[in-house]
Design a protein around this ligand. Sequence first.
Ligand code: COA
Length: 142
Amino acid sequence: MQTMLDPTQPQGTLSLQTIAMPADTNWSGDVFGGWLVSQMDLAGAIHSERISKGRCATISIHEMTFLVPVKVGDVITCYTDTIRIGNTSMQVHIEVWSKSPHREGTAKVTEGTFTFVALDENGQKRPISEDIKKIYAANGKA
Ligand SMILES: CC(C)(COP(=O)(O)OP(=O)(O)OC[C@H]1O[C@@H](n2cnc3c(N)ncnc32)[C@H](O)[C@@H]1OP(=O)(O)O)[C@@H](O)C(=O)NCCC(=O)NCCS
């Protein structure tokens, strides 16, 4: 049976939480989009390293749209979900939600799909274990 996803709620595992600081803003006081992408990259790395049980690198970032602005003091939370596990790569969907100290509730800021490649100690691609793939195939989660 297919589960209906609630668009007002974050989907995935909480992988990173931080606060937007003054150093993360441009001259007009708005938080840089690039800072958010870097938080997503960290969250995706935490997720893919947890799944593949080792070092990973980002190989691609798919299209993203920023839906609402982020202000200094907002609590930023990244939620991650595995979309696909390949031979050496993992596609991770990442949602970013913000909570302002001045507002009730949370808002989705952006989402995107990042691909990470498992690496060995020499920085070469590393096969993801068949056991991990079997667990993902059986549960939709690894
Ligand atoms: C990661 C790296 C070792 C991969 O080596 P490679 O020989 O280029 O690897 P491949 O082309 O065989 O691709 C490896 C996997 O990534 C996938 N991949 C490659 N390009 C992709 C893209 N643009 N989008 C999504 N997946 C991609 C491939 O399908 C493959 O997946 P699979 O093994 O699960 O089937 C190498 O590309 C690298 O070092 N890149 C730099 C990574 C990095 O430093 N990132 C941080 C940014 S500074």
